[in-house]
Ligand binder design. Structure first.
Ligand SMILES: [Zn+2]
Length: 118
């Protein structure tokens, strides 16, 4: 099981790399402050599942650690990506925090305990 520190590091990396990829895809100049902000948002997302369901016992993984929430989050992000009237930065923040969240679930899924379906 990854520790909070490991989840934070993974989320940070996911947030930073995702922002860099976003800048590359939309041909946006890379600004260090924005990369750090993306890393921070990814880190928060990476910590969220255990904030919602604290890892205080081996069976703490419930809905917010499930494949169901993964599917709901993917669907929600798809919907957000189509909200073109929403500022691009707000959509990007939602995607980054979601990617951080999903990085946590991906790390937890690779443990013997895995993730519950619901
Ligand atoms: Zn967890």
């Amino acid at each position: 099981m990854a520790s909070a520190k490991q989840h934070a590091l993974i989320g940070t990396g996911v947030g930073a790399v995702s922002w860099l990829l976003y800048c590359k895809l939309v041909d946006r100049p890379v600004r260090v402050g924005e990369v750090l902000l993306g890393a921070g948002v990814g880190m928060i997302g990476g910590l969220l599942p255990d904030l919602l369901e604290p890892a205080i016992h081996p069976n703490h993984r419930r809905f917010f650690h499930s494949y169901a929430v993964t599917a709901l989050l993917a669907h929600a992000n798809h919907c957000v990506s189509q909200q073109t009237q929403m500022p691009a930065e707000r959509r990007a923040a939602i995607h980054l925090i979601s990617l951080g969240f999903l990085s946590h679930l991906a790390a937890d899924a690779h443990t013997p305990k895995g993730l519950p379906w619901v």
